[in-house]
Write a protein that binds this ligand. Structure first.
Ligand code: AMO
Length: 444
């Protein structure tokens, strides 16, 4: 007999079918035992006698049974198969699960973050946890659709590099056959090198940052979704980043509405025109609203980002706000200074519901200026030789941006910690296992 997937069961009323999946909840009423079986498409109630009573959560089973209609007062409107149940004929245990160390049967998985991550291969199975990554897949798809609609070609770039992409100390060094190499801090240099080749590109890539502290919004390994365009000016770039941001969020709203309502997420407010402020304008608004004077600060603090997002929601009914003109010295070496006021740069961040989800800039496209900018940061142009070739041999005005996949996912679902939005998060304290555990294992 062929396997029927759970969501199709209601089409087989009265028939004997075969299903395969995982035991979720068991309700044992003595002679009558119910289990909820989960497969990739949904959940269904199976009813039987003692054949079911030895089952435990996460056992993998194959069941044949008859699809019968549930009495009207027993219909479960919350699930797709709620009008039917499967009355068991035969059962085979395909894989027996060991005792689960915590209760996975509740609607919300009630474990602390370290446990959630220590048992990641297991906790990911919980339907609410799994849903986070369905939303993440939709973010990726929405981004991809929008980038393709802008005529960008999708490319895959290396994650081991000869130079530290973004500068600074937050770089993982790799022993590369006895030479120094680095894990890329972003796909930046490669996407820029590809502009003269394809003109418009997009890249979805892992990025590595040796973040020196533990925060709720930084990972040591994250996924960046980048675009880069040739023959563009600053205004074009702002239009493009907002377009891609809006389209990505709209796609998620459209395709994941069931999950968003399950998480009690308010509708995402996406305005036609995203409000735009320079960093200094944002700081002045914050001063007016809160009396807190950050107008001399060189960057927006996390609380500033939250406050300016509140402003955007209240005054523009928008969950998005674009901030431009960050101080040139605070941005990476490839960022173009504003010719009208070189202290500030042609750079931008996109904030969403209180935090930065994107940043980018108009780039220095002139070869000589770029070499000078590298030297000004005390970096060695020799380490950027291949990157610099792209500029030496003809480069149009260009620029681009990068979205953080986990950050967007976290903000859409209003998760408290970015680690919840990463399948296998890496940070200062963990690479799969806690580093403290790995250390004591190594000593043994
Ligand atoms: P930036 O460093 O701002 O810019 O990174 C771009 C976006 O990636 C996300 N992000 C992170 N997410 C989780 N953990 C981290 N440690 C982390 N670091 C960054 C954020 C951020 O907005 N090359 C430039 C982009 C460009 O100019 O095109 C860059 O990497 O959402």
């Amino acid at each position: 007999m062929q396997r029927t997937i759970v969501k199709e069961i209601p089409e087989h009323k009265g028939e004997i079918i075969k299903v395969c999946g995982f035991v979720n909840i068991k309700r044992d009423h003595g002679k009558l035992v119910f289990i909820d079986l989960i497969d990739r498409s949904g959940v269904v109630q199976i009813v039987g006698g003692e054949k079911l009573s030895s089952l435990k959560p996460q056992d993998v089973i194959e069941v044949t049974g008859k699809v019968q209609e549930r009495p009207v007062n027993m219909v479960n409107k919350k699930i797709l198969t709620g009008s039917v149940e499967l009355s068991i004929e035969t059962i085979e245990i395909l894989s027996k699960a060991e005792e689960i160390p915590f209760d996975m049967t509740q609607e919300i998985l009630n474990v602390e973050l370290p446990t959630l991550l220590d048992f990641r291969a297991l906790t990911l199975r919980h339907s609410k946890v799994k849903s986070i990554f369905k939303v993440q897949a939709a973010v990726m798809q929405g981004f991809r659709n929008a980038a393709q609609a802008l005529d960008c070609v999708e490319l895959f770039v290396p994650t081991i590099s000869a130079s530290a992409t973004e500068g600074g100390a937050e770089v993982f060094k790799v022993d590369y056959y006895g030479h120094n190499a680095y894990m890329v801090q972003s796909p930046q240099l490669y996407k820029q090198m590809l502009v003269p080749v394809f003109e418009r590109v997009f890249v979805i890539s892992h990025a590595y940052r040796a973040e020196p502290s533990v925060t709720t919004r930084h990972l040591s390994e994250s996924v960046q979704m980048d675009c880069e365009f040739g023959f563009v000016n600053f205004d074009d770039l702002l239009d493009y980043l907002e377009l891609v941001g809006k389209e990505t969020l709209k796609y998620v709203g459209k395709t994941c509405s069931d999950i968003l309502s399950d998480f009690n997420i308010p509708e995402i407010k996406i305005p036609e025109n995203v409000p735009r402020l320079t960093m200094r304008e944002a700081q002045r608004i914050i001063l007016e609203r809160t009396g807190i004077d950050h107008t001399k600060e060189k960057d927006l603090e996390p609380e500033d980002e939250r406050e300016i997002c509140k402003w955007a929601l209240e005054t523009h009914n928008s969950d998005l706000v674009t901030i431009t003109h960050y101080p040139t010295k605070k941005r990476a070496f490839y960022t173009l200074a504003d010719p009208k006021d070189p202290e500030f740069s042609l750079s931008y961040d996109l904030l969403f519901r209180g935090i930065e989800i994107l940043s980018g800039s108009q780039r220095i496209s002139n070869y000589k200026d770029l070499v000078s900018a590298i030297k000004e940061r005390d970096l060695d142009p020799k380490n950027f030789e291949m990157y610099l070739q792209a500029f030496k041999y003809g480069m149009p005005l260009e620029g681009g941006f990068s979205f953080g996949l986990e950050r967007i996912t976290m903000q859409i679902l209003q998760l408290k910690n970015i680690r919840e939005a990463s399948l296998f998060p890496r940070d200062m304290e963990r690479v799969d296992q806690r580093l403290s555990v790995l250390k004591s294992n190594n000593k043994k």
